[in-house]
Design a protein around this ligand. Structure first.
Ligand SMILES: Cc1cc2nc3c(=O)[nH]c(=O)nc-3n(C[C@H](O)[C@H](O)[C@H](O)COP(=O)(O)O)c2cc1C
Length: 357
């Protein structure tokens, strides 16, 4: 059996293969609640054979949303609204997962298809003033975020913990903490966005503090049998910013805090970084963290081809692969990939007559 279709066990969860659906914002929620779009979008990818289906960046508070149309988990009603989706995903043999997030200074933006109207949704149009470690805007056209007080920082850590409790009620079996892509926690990690003079800024130890407080709090609220992932931007691709060495250090500490896998992405903290994007360009980060921090990793970014995915696993660079855009092009990618790699995997019984064996 190719490694891509070999099971992977983390804590009490056995993934049927190593193809994971990467979290993808759909900008289709109402007041943070998932809609029929989410049921079909996530459900289709579970039907398509992925072992894990991850819900998009889901805000732990209303002001933690990237756009007013983002998904949220700040009330029990949100948890209830996810139950039907999770039941269906599980029935297909996939693990229902959620990415918990706070958008920080990149909050209150319009959906991509409305960005011609500007980068910020102002309060009078249903937006809000974003929060951040320091009052430095992401880019031109973005508002100056409000510097968080110590009390607000503690509140956010508590909101992640509360969201974890609700994730359990919602029927999720895996949480990923979104510490990447220039959102709130990444803003605390990187010296380019964190200029604080208190216990949350300056030294590496201080910049890691919020991430580790969140991880420890979530781990306490989250059952022992369910895995906890963290997505990192392994580098800012920018001089004087966050980098792979700091990512390895954080990964070691996240492992000690009870994290089970690091999902290795990069960038998006600063707008003009030079990113050498191309097939597998982030895989070396997954390999470095796996080897140097001794924790399982997942690779993501321009992974589209079954042989490419298999090689990443077979050469010990990562334990699983996350696919994003390729899964939008083809929700049945895992079923197709199994055929290409000569792996005989079960199809949904409703679709068996279409299986080429
Ligand atoms: C429509 C869309 C929405 C995305 N939303 C998220 C998100 O909610 N959280 C996240 O961590 N990454 C998000 N990403 C990034 C993807 O998860 C992934 O890391 C990136 O697209 C690279 O993988 P790919 O080359 O397979 O698309 C999004 C990407 C796309 C295309």
């Amino acid at each position: 059996m190719p490694l891509l279709f070999s099971p992977l066990k983390l804590r009490g969860i056995e993934f049927k293969n190593r193809v994971f659906v990467s979290p993808m914002c759909q900008y289709s929620s109402r007041d943070g609640l998932p809609t029929d779009w989410h049921f079909v979008h996530l459900g289709s990818r579970a039907v398509g054979g992925a072992a894990l289906v991850m819900v998009e960046a889901t805000a732990v508070s209303p002001e933690g949303r990237i756009s007013p149309q983002d998904s949220g988990l700040w009330s029990d009603a949100h948890a209830e609204a996810f139950q039907r989706i999770n039941r269906f995903v599980k029935e297909q043999g996939s693990v229902p997962a959620i990415q918990l997030a706070h958008a920080g200074r990149k909050a209150s933006t319009p959906p991509p298809w409305e960005r011609g109207l500007g980068r910020h949704v102002p309060p009078e149009q249903g937006g809000w003033t974003p929060l951040a470690p320091s009052p430095i805007p992401f880019d031109e056209g973005y508002p100056v975020p409000r510097e968080m007080t110590l009390q607000e920082i503690r509140l956010v850590a508590g909101q992640f913990r509360e969201a974890a409790r609700r994730a359990l009620d919602a029927g999720f079996e895996l949480i990923e903490l979104h510490f990447a892509h220039g959102y709130l926690v990444h803003e605390f990690l990187s010296p380019l966005s964190n200029r604080r003079k208190d216990d949350y800024g300056g030294s590496l130890e201080n910049r890691l503090r919020l991430a580790l407080e969140i991880a420890r709090g979530v781990r306490q609220a989250w059952p022992e049998r369910f895995p906890l992932f963290a997505r990192l931007s392994a580098t800012d691709w920018s001089e004087g910013g966050w980098d792979i060495d700091q990512s390895v250090e954080l990964s070691r500490k996240l492992k000690a805090a009870g994290a089970d896998l690091i999902d290795c992405s990069s960038g998006a903290l600063v707008p003009n970084a030079k990113v050498p994007a191309g097939p597998g360009y982030q895989v070396p980060f997954a390999e470095a963290i796996r080897k140097r921090a001794g924790i399982p990793t997942a690779a993501v970014g321009f992974i589209t081809d079954p042989a490419q995915a298999e090689t990443i696993l077979a050469t010990g660079q990562a334990d699983a692969v996350f696919l994003a855009r390729e899964m939008l092009r083809n929700p049945y990618w895992p079923l197709d990939a199994a055929r290409v790699l000569n792996a005989d995997i079960p199809w949904p019984k409703q679709y068996e007559r279409a299986k080429i064996s």
